[in-house]
Design a protein around this ligand. Structure first.
Ligand SMILES: [Ca+2]
Ligand SMILES: [Ca+2]
Ligand SMILES: [Ca+2]
Length: 278
């Protein structure tokens, strides 16, 4: 039987090998590019997976779908993932099924993976928990405010336990104390609007303490960041009314004047019909 010699001992074999070196270099360059673009994507997730929206405040209120964020940053440890009727994020651990039923706009976000789903699972600061705002999974939204002043922030969330019910809110890359530790205790296993701040005195949160001050009319960046992983985020609103009655439904209608929608993002109604250009 014939023997095959793999050793590149001859000059001809060396020449053949030399011809492949530029191709190998090109391949390595492409691999480096792919790895670097992946790493950049980990830390600055642009709007390509959702859409670009500028929402509008009118008559002292603005309501925004959580899934309509413009950018997401600080995603190396945890990230908000989109759930729709067609799409469910394939990350584990998660711990529960989709809660798309009754979600406003047919979509919501969830911070995954959820590695701390109950009190007995290990708390890792900076990974599955951050009492410091602006550090993990930071979502940014654009809102055109017509009316300056103090706005109370409400969020519609779905909490299943005691370790998926914390969030922070900030504005223009600042994280005031009045935006820290949004908390849900009542209304488990359902979508629920809440506006309460977790305090030393009351771990279930106190009303009227979550607010942002709009100093001047114009476009501002409203931001949310993770406090606990597994947080499920449907919609948020800001209102001048300190004593707003907690909505039992999907809440006020959204108004926006600029939109670029990604194909995968569902909209339950036409942007034009909701636009406040009128
Ligand atoms: Ca979950
Ligand atoms: Ca959790
Ligand atoms: Ca939603």
């Amino acid at each position: 039987m014939a023997q095959i010699d793999f050793k590149p001992t001859t000059l001809a074999n060396k020449n053949i090998a030399m011809q492949f070196i530029p191709s190998i270099r090109k391949c390595l360059h492409l691999i480096c590019l792919l790895i670097s673009s992946h790493l950049i994507g980990e830390n600055t997730v642009q709007s390509s997976e959702t859409a670009d929206f500028i929402y509008i405040e009118t008559n002292g209120i603005v309501a925004v779908e959580a899934e309509h964020f413009v950018t997401q940053t600080h995603t190396s440890k945890r990230k908000f993932y989109l759930t729709t009727t067609e799409t469910v994020p394939e990350l584990s651990p998660d711990g529960d099924p989709s809660h798309i039923a009754n979600a406003s706009g047919g979509a919501y976000l969830e911070v995954l993976p959820d590695s701390r789903r109950n009190h007995s699972e290990k708390l890792i600061k900076g990974e599955n928990y951050s009492n410091e705002p602006g550090k993990l999974a930071v979502l940014s939204y654009k809102v055109h405010f017509n009316t300056p002043g103090r706005y109370y922030v409400w969020v519609r969330a779905y909490s299943s336990g005691s370790e998926d019910n914390g969030l922070h809110v900030g504005i223009n890359n600042t994280w005031p104390s009045s935006g820290q530790r949004l908390q849900w205790c009542q209304g488990k296993h359902q979508w629920r609007w809440e506006s309460k701040q977790r305090t030393e005195e009351n771990h279930c949160g106190e009303p009227h303490k979550i607010f942002l001050d709009i100093d001047a009319p114009g476009i501002h960046t409203i931001q949310f960041s993770m406090r606990e992983d597994g947080f499920e985020f449907d919609k948020w609103l800001m209102t001048r009314d300190k004593n707003l009655t907690r909505p039992e439904d999907v809440g006020p209608q959204s108004k926006f004047d600029q939109v670029k929608i990604h194909d995968s993002l569902p909209l339950t109604s036409s942007p034009k019909s909701e636009s406040s250009n009128d």
